[in-house]
Write a protein that binds this ligand. Sequence first.
Ligand code: ATP
Ligand code: MG
Length: 279
Amino acid sequence: MKGIQRTEFFDREKEKEEILHILRQEPREINFIYGPINSGKTTLIQKLIDDLPKDKYVVFYINLRGKLIKEYGGFVRVLFKVKRKEISEKVIEKGEKLAKKALVLAGRYLSGIPIEKDMLDGFLETKSSEDVFEFLEEYFLKISETKIPILIIDELQVIGDLEINGKVIYKLFNFFIRLTKELHICHVFALSSDSLFIERVYNEAILKDRCRYLLIDNFDEETTKKFLKKHNFSEEEQENVYNNTGGKPAHLLRIIDAKNRGGDVITETEAMLESRKKR
Ligand SMILES: Nc1ncnc2c1ncn2[C@@H]1O[C@H](COP(=O)(O)OP(=O)(O)OP(=O)(O)O)[C@@H](O)[C@H]1O
Ligand SMILES: [Mg+2]
């Protein structure tokens, strides 16, 4: 975006390599990406999506943050995106192939599984999650004939307690196991910062040995200092920031921003520490 100062994505080389290594193999396990709040899980995944070759992978990224999902309909609606038929038909009149191409290439990922409206209505009417998972299995099988699908669900804990004839999360995990361990057709990543949820999932027998856990932690001391150094922080400032606020990227960005606006780093850091203590 023009006029907006953007902080460049920093480091995460080790974590990136770990995920790329997973993507180079055939899908075998469900990948759980976890770590403290604001550690940079979503940002890392988005960065990876940006860098993936689009002719090889098809990425589905579904973010459940802020979604209120209380029943079956809500669950189905977040999984799917109705294909905008009307729009594509109009454009096709103008220049069929061009339009189609543009539609395919638009965006870096799909924010839901594209389906026709009547199909979605059908799912909503029958209220059977079995139908949905059956459809999805077919869908991913089809895609995997030409490309490698990657399914990413962010903020998975949102549906942790949802019940539709039993816990949805179990059905979803069974489906993920089907896609990975059994069929090997689709990479699955689940992101969450809710440690209670992760622990609960971890303790579930169905997931034993079918999950891989990847920690995206706050930056360690060395990385924090490198990050700050890149933004012209003196050694004393680096030391002070790390000792007082730690290596949470979101906090570091705030201090970098303060410095860029001409603020004093030490004062800013102490103010942040103070306001955190109060909370
Ligand atoms: N590697 C990085 N380099 C630069 N900035 C980063 C990096 N990782 C995260 N950030 C910044 O830190 C902030 C928090 O990141 P993000 O939202 O990805 O964290 P999260 O772990 O997904 O948080 P939540 O637990 O709320 O889901 C964002 O503003 C992001 O731009
Ligand atoms: Mg996130």
